[in-house]
Design a protein around this ligand. Structure first.
Ligand SMILES: O=C(O)CCC(=O)C(=O)O
Length: 292
């Protein structure tokens, strides 16, 4: 398969029968014009303010998926119910000062933008999204994680092939990723890539606590071939919905254009949330659904 089927957003967010067929077959849905250009721009502007206000002494850490270097860092571990900035490798000098323009230095911001920031909360709780999550099978969706992913021009690195359920594990599997293109995502600036149909393969690994350590546990050998990944080029406003077991990745940004995106992950509160998952929320931050 070279091209993933594309759909137009339905007015109420309902899943049509053809969308459902594509979802069951591919484990991914591309829904064009789900968000307006203005809605996307509002997130970009809000992030500009967040980065401007950021105090660089706030113990930043480099996010580098390949070796899970961040696993040891408390800054990452305790970010599940906060808004924290993670920086590209080399963006900070030895004294912890920016060595490039701070707006070019950010790898991602996570992981509770949807709960703590009103602009992100509104974007994440659009009624059409709630309808979609239920239509995709979540009886009682809970908004568990959000990330603003920056991928700056020439700097933004690759994201290795992974399944989101590795990080957000429930029994039974219920995680869904909602990935919003806030500007055009192309092969050149590092769009998502995914292996259609591979969501039917078992979960390859789990990232979880083992006492005080975060470990990546092997569960089963991968039953997919990464070279089968197809690019999911997405115009501004496109929503890419990813099944929690769908292997996906993104390439480095080799272009002069940014590739900003917002990813929201939901789980079904009717499923059992594994207590050893890496992501933890404090008692003052109970898991909320789509209600405003
Ligand atoms: O935006 C990207 O490059 C990767 C996003 C991703 O892997 C995710 O949201 O699970």
């Amino acid at each position: 398969m070279s091209e993933i089927e594309r759909f137009s957003a339905t007015p109420d967010g309902d899943l049509t029968d053809t969308m459902k067929t594509a979802w069951n077959r591919d484990g991914v849905l591309m829904i064009e014009d789900f968000s307006t250009a203005q809605e996307c721009q509002a997130l970009i502007e809000r992030v500009r303010e967040i980065i401007e206000a950021y105090d660089v002494s706030d113990a930043p850490t480099v996010f580098e998926t390949r070796r899970q270097m961040h696993a040891a860092a408390d800054y990452f571990r305790t970010s599940g119910d906060k808004i924290r900035l993670f920086f590209e490798d080399g963006a900070l000098d030895d004294e912890g000062r920016f060595s490039v323009d701070r707006h070019q230095a950010v790898n991602k911001i996570g992981h509770a933008l949807h709960d703590l920031d009103p602009v992100f909360s509104d974007f994440s709780r659009k009624p059409q999204l709630a309808t979609l999550a239920v239509d995709l099978g979540q009886a009682d969706p809970g908004l568990i994680q959000s990330m603003f992913i920056y991928k700056p021009p020439r700097i933004g690195g690759e994201v290795n092939c992974h399944q989101d359920a590795t990080f957000l594990f429930t029994r039974p599997q219920s995680c869904i990723g909602f990935w919003f293109a806030l500007e055009d995502a192309t092969v050149e600036n590092g769009c998502l890539q995914a292996i259609p149909g591979a969501h039917l393969a078992p979960l390859k690994e789990r990232f979880h606590y083992d006492n005080d350590d975060l470990v990546m546990e092997d569960l089963s050998p991968p039953l997919w071939n990464e070279s089968d990944a197809v690019p999911l080029e997405a115009k501004t406003g496109t929503l890419v919905v990813l099944h929690g077991q769908l292997p996906h990745l993104s390439g480095a940004n080799t272009s002069d254009k940014p590739r900003r995106a917002y990813a929201l992950h939901t789980i079904d509160r009717a499923a059992e949330w594994a207590p050893d998952n890496w992501l933890r929320r404090g008692p003052d931050m109970p898991l909320r659904g789509f209600a405003q």
